[in-house]
Each structure stands twice: as C-alpha cells, then as structure tokens.
Write a new protein. Structure first.
Length: 63
C-alpha cells in the first residue's frame, strides 16, 4: 500500500486500536442485509421444525 492512495492511519484517543481513514471516492457505510421479519423460520427441509422459534430467540451467553 502506498502513501499516495489517500488513506491514512489515525490514532484514536483512549482506544487500543488505530483507525484507517476512508479512501476518497468510496462509501464508508456498511452494506447490511435487509431484515425480513415476515419470513417464517424453516428447517433444512423447508418445513418448520419444533425448535425453530426457540433457536431464533436464543442468545449465546457471551452477548
């Protein structure tokens, strides 16, 4: 990576990691998938399974 591409490393006060600046001409917003709450939970076979709703609600213990 050369220094002429317009991207720089910035120090962030109070943070452990530095941040890269956006390259001119790029979009810095992330591409997030659209959330469809109307899509029913289905198993691999395409039919709803007995635990599908519970698995969608469960949160791992590290959250």
């Amino acid at each position: 990576m050369s220094g002429t591409d317009g991207q720089r490393v910035e120090r962030v006060p109070g943070a452990r990691r530095a941040r890269l600046t956006a390259v001119p001409g790029t979009d810095a917003t992330p591409d997030l998938p659209a959330e469809d709450d109307d899509v029913p939970a289905t198993s691999v076979t395409g039919t709803p399974g007995p635990n599908d709703e519970r698995m969608k609600r469960d949160v791992p213990p590290h959250y």
